[in-house]
Design a protein around this ligand. Structure first.
Ligand code: TXA
Ligand code: MG
Length: 337
């Protein structure tokens, strides 16, 4: 990914320097990346990392990604790095790609949830990179997305402050995230490359760099699908449901007749007469998955805060370029099936 040419101005530099000081003192700082905002702690400070889990209300066996400032730091934090991982790092970093690798002794247990692997990423955002460079040598930032566990990831500083403002030491504002969806997560086992989470880098791009297939890796310990009993992920608090177009229109009109307020989000064009009830708000998104992905979370945050009874969304196209979007929307609608 090409980095922004824009240089940080003096005021931004001072804020980043203040954030770096806070991190070194064990503070918690929300910071922008090109994917979503992260909730950062010094990856070598066990107490600070524990605070991140606490603030996020995240189970401690759910590992954090370690963010580094330069590719040369990769073999400080990871070991036995396969050539395929180097190849991907050289090609896609800085960028929305997380590599799961065998962890080095420098990584505390609490970062990895006790596993012997660690997720590592070099983000492509000038503020994140400056921050990583300012915290000093042999330092990295352990960070999950800066949202409460199970909720929608933040793509602006305002999204972070709505839920976490008084719980953390600082929010660095770096504008709206350009990718808008989390990083693609890749792991390596016995020469096979697995996709753990679709994200900002399309699988096809990874396959063409490696010149071999990437295998989709479903969780080895499937969770029981009990609606409502388990937290859904990437979910708004307003019930969200996915439908193909004809059923979507039918459902919105049925709910409108019951005096319920719905927002209907489509990528297809719809004749406005099909959704004419006053308590239906129709939002037309882009047909381009890159643009759609950029705006998806911001849209969900906006309509989740508005007084709607339902968010009804058009099922995304079943095409590889929509994989990350489909994955997030399926999880967002999970609790309401
Ligand atoms: O784009 C992103 O990846 C953002 C930005 C802030 O970098 N971060 C992010 O972090 O999405 P989080 O914590 O919300 O999601 C990280 C995912 C989790 O599902 C976690 O289980 C997985 O990465 N993960 C982290 N370390 C892992 C490991 N060692 N093995 C398997 N999965 C791992
Ligand atoms: Mg997250």
């Amino acid at each position: 990914m090409v980095l922004d040419k824009e240089k940080l101005d003096q005021k931004q530099l001072e804020k980043v320097a203040a954030a770096a000081r806070l991190l070194k003192e064990g503070g918690i700082v929300a910071f922008p990346t090109e994917t979503v905002y992260g909730l950062g702690a010094d990856a070598t400070n066990t107490d600070a990392v524990r605070k991140v889990y606490e603030i996020k209300q995240r189970p401690t066996d759910h590992p954090l990604i370690v963010h580094i400032g330069h590719i040369t730091q990769l073999d400080y934090w990871a070991q036995e790095i396969p050539e395929a991982a180097w190849l991907l790092a050289r090609h896609f970093w800085p960028g929305p790609l997380t590599l799961i690798l065998r962890r080095s002794p420098h990584i505390p247990d609490c970062v990895t949830g006790g596993q012997d692997t660690v997720g590592i990423r070099l983000p492509a955002h000038p503020v994140a990179l400056k921050l990583l460079n300012m915290i000093g040598p042999n330092k990295a930032i352990a960070a999950p997305s800066a949202n409460l566990y199970g909720r929608i990831s933040p793509t602006t500083a305002a999204h972070v402050s709505t839920t976490l403002n008084n719980k953390i030491d600082m929010i660095l504002d770096g504008g709206a995230c350009k990718v808008g969806l989390e990083s693609t997560i890749i792991s390596f086992e016995h020469g096979t490359v697995f996709l753990l989470r679709p994200g900002g880098i399309p699988v096809s791009a990874i396959e063409s760099v490696l010149n071999k297939p990437v295998i989709s890796h479903k969780s080895k310990t499937p969770v029981t699908r009990v609606p409502g009993a388990l937290p859904s992920h990437y979910a708004p608090t307003t019930p969200l449901q996915l439908f193909h177009l004809p059923e979507l229109i039918q459902t919105a009109n049925k709910l409108a007749a019951q005096n319920l307020h719905t927002v209907v989000i489509t990528w297809s064009e719809i004749n406005s007469s099909q959704l004419s009830a006053p308590n239906i708000q129709h939002v037309r998104m882009s047909r381009d998955p890159v643009h759609y992905g950029q705006h998806l979370y911001a849209l969900l945050h906006r309509y989740d805060q508005a007084p709607y009874n339902y968010i009804l969304m058009e099922t995304p196209p079943e095409l590889p370029a929509w994989l990350a979007i489909s994955d997030r929307l399926q999880r967002a609608s999970y609790a309401h099936l």
